[in-house]
Design a protein around this ligand. Structure first.
Ligand SMILES: [Zn+2]
Length: 159
């Protein structure tokens, strides 16, 4: 019993000294990490996942979505309050006419996006799925609609 507790103590000491060295080495990084991140009140203030944590409800009150939602749910909620559809669920394509000269522009953050074409206003057809990539326009074989990827991510990060 005595020897075991002794071993534990020595291990603890070692842990402490290691963390001390680490904290000295990465003092800048540590202060960065412990800095309190402000809860984003709108989309503009979102700085990363840590800013997507709500303030929580007061004791004895049922929390609202705005009080307690976190992460992607909170991001979506903040978007809805500003009328911005962050996941592009309603209308992902808003630019272009679908012609060779003026293709539909498909927003993407990874360099490509799968799009299902269901025809034109004049004539619809069964969904036809295309991989729309940067740099090469995709054409629907059913109705001739032309689509082009519009990369919105960081330059040089596309696949
Ligand atoms: Zn089509």
């Amino acid at each position: 019993m005595l020897s075991r507790s002794l071993r534990l103590t020595s291990r603890q000491t070692r842990c402490l000294s290691t963390s001390k060295v680490l904290s000295n080495k990465t003092a800048d990084y540590a202060s960065e990490a412990t800095r309190t991140v402000k809860t984003a009140k709108d989309l503009q203030e979102v700085t990363g996942p840590a800013s997507l944590i709500g303030p929580g409800a007061k004791p004895g009150v049922i929390p609202t979505d705005l009080d307690q939602s976190t992460g992607l749910q909170r991001l979506e909620l903040l978007g809805k309050r500003e009328g911005i559809d962050v996941f592009d669920m309603e209308m992902p394509i808003t630019e272009g006419k679908g012609t060779m000269a003026d293709p539909f522009l498909v927003p993407t953050y990874i360099g490509y996006r799968y799009v299902g074409c269901k025809g034109t206003a004049q004539q619809d057809h069964k969904p036809y799925w295309m991989k729309v990539e940067e740099g090469k326009p995709a054409r629907c074989w059913q109705c001739g609609t032309v689509l082009k990827a519009k990369y919105l991510g960081e330059p040089g990060m596309a696949h």
